[in-house]
Structures are given as C-alpha cells and as structure tokens.
Design a protein around this ligand. Structure first.
Ligand code: CMC
Length: 432
C-alpha cells in the first residue's frame, strides 16, 4: 500500500471519503474501492472490467501503450529467442527459470503423464465425426473431473502439482484424439522419447501404416507459437478459470470453463476467423470492400486479427510471429504464400486507414498465427485447440495463484439493475 489516498466527496452526506492506493511493481497503481459500498452505498460500473483489477498477480505483465509483455519479468522477445515451451511453462508455474536438473525433472514428469485413461479415450466415439474439436476438447477435459479423485484436493500442494503436470501433459493427447476422431483415423499414442511439441505433431500426423518423422522446423515453429500464447495475464479465458475456480470447483472443470471461453471469435477463436476472412476476401482487389465493411457501424463485420483490449500501439507477439511467418513459409516451402501476401496487403491498407489509426487498431498475434498453423498442416478448426494447449499453462498458473492467495474470495460481481420495479403477481384471467 502507498501513502496516497484517492478522495471523493459523498454527495449525499457531504463527507470526504478516502480510498487507499495499492502499489504495483510495474504499471499504474490501483485504487482499493472495496470499502466504497460500505461507506457510501454505491457500486462501481465497469463493463468488460476495462479499468478494474480483479486480483493481485505476480505472473505476467502487459503494458499496452508500450507494447511490452513480460512473463515473470522476462521479456517475451528474449523468451521467444532463447527459451523452449516447457522451460516457459516451468517459469510460469514456479516463478523462476529452472536449472538444467529442474528442467529435466519437469520434462520427465510431463512425459509420465501424457497418456489418457482408456475410458476417457472412448468418449470420443460418442461425438459426431464433424463435431467442432473445441466442443470435444472442452467436453473431455471437463470429464477428467470424473477421474483422478485421489489427487484433486485443491488445498494440498502435492495434488495441485500433480494436477498441473497432468493437464499440461494430457492436453496435446486429448487435442490429437479430437483431430484423429474428426479424420476417422486411429488414435496415436504419445511417444515419450519426443519433446513436447514433436510429440504433439507425432500424435496428430503419424498413422500406423506409414513411417512418420517429425520435421524439426515444424516442431520449432510450434514451440515458438506455444511460448507466445502461454499466458496473457487476466484475459477472458484466464479470468473465467479464476472465476470458476474461486468457488472451489474441481480444477479440471475450471480449465474446461477456460477452454469454452477461449473458443469465441473475439478471443482464441480469432485465429480461425482470420483465415476464414482471408479466404472470403480472396484477392487484394476486394480489400477496400472489406475495410469499408469493418468501418461501417451498422455492419457487424470486424477485421479479424485486428485490435486488442490492452495493446493500443502494437502487440509484441505479432511482431515476433510476423517475422517467423516469412522464415517458416520459405523453409517449409509451404504453398500458402498467397494467403500470407494477402494478409500483408490487408495489414498495409488498414494501417494507413484513418479509422484504424484513430482507434489504435493494430494486427494482434492471431492475425498471423493461423497462417503458421496452416503451413504446419493443422486444419482451421484445430487452431483454437492449439491455442488452448499453450494457454493451459497460463490457466493452471493463475488457478494455483488464486487458490493459494489468502485474499481470494468467491468471484461475485455486482450489477446495475435496470429491470422492472417490484410488482405483484396477477392471476392468468387478470392479465390484459
Ligand atoms: N475491426 C473493426 N473495428 C474494430 C475492431 C476490428 N477488428 N476492433 C475494434 N473495433 C472498433 C469497435 O467497433 C469500436 O468502435 P466504436 O468506438 O466506434 O464503437 C472500437 O474499435 C473499440 O472496440 P471495442 O470492441 O470496444 O474494443 P474491445 O477492447 O472491447 O475489444 C477486441 C477488443 C479484441 C475484442 C476487438 O478489437 C475485436 O473484436 N477484434 C477482432 C477479434 C480479434 O482479433 N480477437 C483476438 C484478440 S488477440 C488474441 C486473444 O487475446 O485472444
């Protein structure tokens, strides 16, 4: 807490009310309004939580004005260049970069949890072959709460650790099972001699009747995408996990809630929506038409992959991924260059347009991530599932932080009620 106070005069009583200011290590300080209702009988109104800190956290810092993203203090650019996804997962979960021994032990622990219970695997047969993979994945993850009863006491540090390793290790296996089900192909078991991302590609793309060797370029690209998507402080899905978890619910159920929140096109579903949009646009000649639609307030169409609640200058993840798109499409000799060229053209036109400039609308990470997933051979409907695999690390980290924070209370927002005043029930024959 700082020595500062924010004061306001209560218009009803004329009394001066003081609210303490809480100090952050980075970013703006925060006014503690918890005493507001008690002191003057009013709530605050902040739809979308645009100016409300819902918790304290020491995991991730985002500066939207400067385009800064830090995981546990480390800039995303440095992690993207030097780290690996499982090292970043360790960093997020435990607060510091691991030693070589700690990383080996963590990777080994993840390996020992990659298989899923055979009963869980049979759940997939119950889904229609063209079910959206996010529907299957959220359903199966929620069903995990029906397993592992012996290790889901959220008050036990050991159980929380087992849960964290288990869900991070099993999510690629569940995602690959959803993919194989939609293709009508046999499920492929994890191969624990492979690293996390190679194993993910192996479970997706190998078939029993053929040899399959993971392309190291593809595994590296996936690893980088997973690093970029691993956490983003109190975003919609992470806040959902925290809110669901604040009731003390089963942790797998809380993660399933996060997966459902991620699915929407304004959040993780944007990477799929970007490719749909680029396919609809088709050629550069059509760009002005779509830009006009995005600017037309009466048209619900938005330029997908543009804009961000927090980044108002640039999304640092988009800068990293844009460079990677160039390199990767060349190295994989992918035939997706026209789509990438169209994306670059659209970006160029939008960034010069007054509407996008005035509203600070820049390409976000998901403007490019779908292009990379496509080049890796991952179908559109699986893009958000890939995002979920990466973001699961952030969800688990925030869930653990929330559960162990003595200041946590069940999430229970207030409202600005605008419904009817109190009225009396009328019998059927008395209604007009
Ligand atoms: N195209 C056209 N206009 C836009 C766009 C867009 N992509 N994004 C925002 N605007 C306009 C919006 O219409 C509004 O205009 P006005 O002030 O005239 O009403 C203004 O910009 C502010 O928009 P907002 O919806 O109030 O901003 P927000 O912070 O609530 O929403 C957003 C942020 C990301 C949901 C939004 O920019 C959007 O829908 N973008 C497209 C979807 C997308 O790419 N989502 C991925 C986000 S990054 C990955 C992740 O975090 O999951």
């Amino acid at each position: 807490m700082t020595d500062e106070h924010y004061s306001l005069i209560d218009p009803k009583s004329g009394r001066r009310l003081d609210f303490p200011v809480l100090e952050t290590t980075l970013g703006p300080n925060v006014i503690d309004v918890t005493g507001l209702y008690g002191q003057c009988g009013v709530f605050t109104y902040d739809p979308g939580f645009g100016t409300t800190a819902s918790c304290t956290s020491d995991v991730t810092f985002v500066d939207g004005e400067e385009g800064v993203l830090l995981y546990r203090g480390y800039p995303i650019e440095q992690l993207a260049e030097h780290s690996s996804f499982t090292e970043v997962a360790y960093l997020l979960l435990y607060g510091d970069l691991p030693t070589a021994d700690q990383l080996r032990a963590f990777d080994y622990s993840l390996c020992t949890h990659t298989m899923i219970n055979e009963s869980l695997l049979r759940f997939f047969n119950g889904f229609h072959h063209n079910a959206h993979p996010m529907a299957m994945v959220s359903g199966v993850v929620a069903s995990m709460s029906a397993f592992y009863h012996d290790t889901t006491d959220i008050h036990m540090p050991h159980d929380r650790d087992v849960f964290a390793h288990r869900i991070i290790a099993k999510l690629p296996t569940i995602a690959a099972a959803a993919y194989k089900h939609s293709k009508g192909q046999p499920f492929v078991y994890p191969l624990n001699s492979l690293d996390y991302c190679s194993n993910t590609l192996h479970m997706f793309f190998s078939v029993p009747s053929d040899d399959y060797e993971v392309d190291p370029v593809a595994a590296q690209a996936l690893d980088l995408l997973f690093i970029l998507h691993a956490d983003h402080e109190q975003n919609c899905s992470t806040s959902t996990v925290r809110l669901a978890g604040s009731s003390g619910t089963n942790p797998y159920a809380a993660i399933a809630a996060g997966i459902s929140a991620l699915w929407g096109p304004a959040h993780g579903g944007a990477n799929e929506a970007v490719i749909n949009m680029l396919e609809d646009i088709g050629t550069a000649n059509n760009i002005p038409k779509y830009i006009d639609r995005a600017k037309d307030g009466s048209d619900p169409f938005r330029l997908m992959g543009f804009g961000h609640r927090v980044y108002k200058n640039h999304d640092p993840r988009a800068t990293i991924i844009r460079k990677m798109c160039h390199r990767l499409l060349e190295r994989l000799r992918a035939n997706d260059t026209p789509l990438f060229d169209l994306a670059l053209k659209l970006e160029e036109v939008a960034l010069k347009d007054d509407y996008f400039v005035e509203k600070n609308l820049y390409p976000n990470v998901d403007f490019y991530s779908g292009i990379i997933y496509r080049a890796l051979g991952i179908p559109k409907s699986m893009f958000t599932v890939m995002f979920a695999i990466a973001r699961c690390v952030g969800w688990v980290t925030h869930w653990r932080e929330m559960v162990t924070d003595p200041g946590t209370r069940i999430g229970r927002p207030r409202q600005l009620y605008v419904g009817p005043d109190k009225r009396d029930y009328l019998a059927l024959d008395e209604r007009g």
